[in-house]
Write a protein that binds this ligand. Sequence first.
Ligand SMILES: CSC[C@@H](O)[C@@H](O)C(=O)COP(=O)(O)O
Length: 353
Amino acid sequence: MGVENLPRSIALARADGGALAVRIVDQRRLPESLVYRDVMTCEEMIEAIQTLAVRGAPAIGVSGAAALALYAANESEATSSACLVSELETIASSVSSARPTAVNLAWGVERALSCAREAACESVSARDVAKLLAGDVQAMIEEDEAANRAIGMYGAALLGRGSRVLTHCNAGSLATAFYGTALGVVYSAFEQGKIERVYADETRPVGQGARLTAWELGRAGVPCTLICDSMAASVMAAGKIDAVIVGADRICANGDTANKIGTYGLAVLARHHGIPFYVAAPASTLDMALSCGAEIPIEERDPSEVSPCIPEGVSVYNPAFDVTPAELISSIVTERGVFAPSSIMEADRACSE
Ligand SMILES: CSC[C@@H](O)[C@@H](O)C(=O)COP(=O)(O)O
């Protein structure tokens, strides 16, 4: 019990025989079973990302870099560092495109590629390139946790005592290397005695709120009430919510923010009820190359997620994310502090200093 005892969603490990493994919590199995899975190859990592065994923007950022590190570890005995880098460049796009919306994935892949290219320029062996890539994945894990703890600290300052917070999807420890973004704010505020209760939206169609957030908050000892997505309006109208806090998959230069489908609707509801709507995200989620939310690629997932039995002749639309316009967001909490959506470019500059 307690946030510090939550499982690590992604970590480096050694399999029997000493090969590099990436140990993930298989999030498809929660809440019934807490099962770890050792991912051994780049292809297995792509499959784990696509099937949501590992999920959440920061966690898939680390997974993208880890996919390249696994490839390098498996191939480095048989090749030179220059050939290895060129092979990594070839596979990079299939890793980055495993899920298109969270910019963290492409960010993680690009970081791993830069690390490999730099090492190869210094004419180290392919084996050493592989070691450097694994070392950089470990560094990403530590940096992500540190960023989340800072987000938690800055975000907690926005909340008063006795706060009742509504959240959507899972932007918790499970969605990151550790601690979480939106739930990082909750954990930090809870430690300060500021959280009365968290209302977790079930988050159709895959149920990240019902299966993951409710489970995670329960294990962390934070009082949690699970609601169906369709109940958010009446819960707000009943005066039970003081703040909405969500994570993000991509934040554009104008502050428009992509997050799990249903987030936009919550922001509209929050505005109607005069409730502050906060987005919590690390620098790896900022995409200053996109000017506005209309440019964000939105992942569409399999119809079977919406319903296992679809009447003949009925089509299904299953976008996994939506875009919340900047004007509906009260503040964006990053590891460098709290920013108005209109000054998110300042946050980006501060984060890269
Ligand atoms: C800190 S996680 C932020 C977002 O990635 C999260 O809110 C979300 O939308 C996750 O979607 P998922 O499809 O489960 O990967």
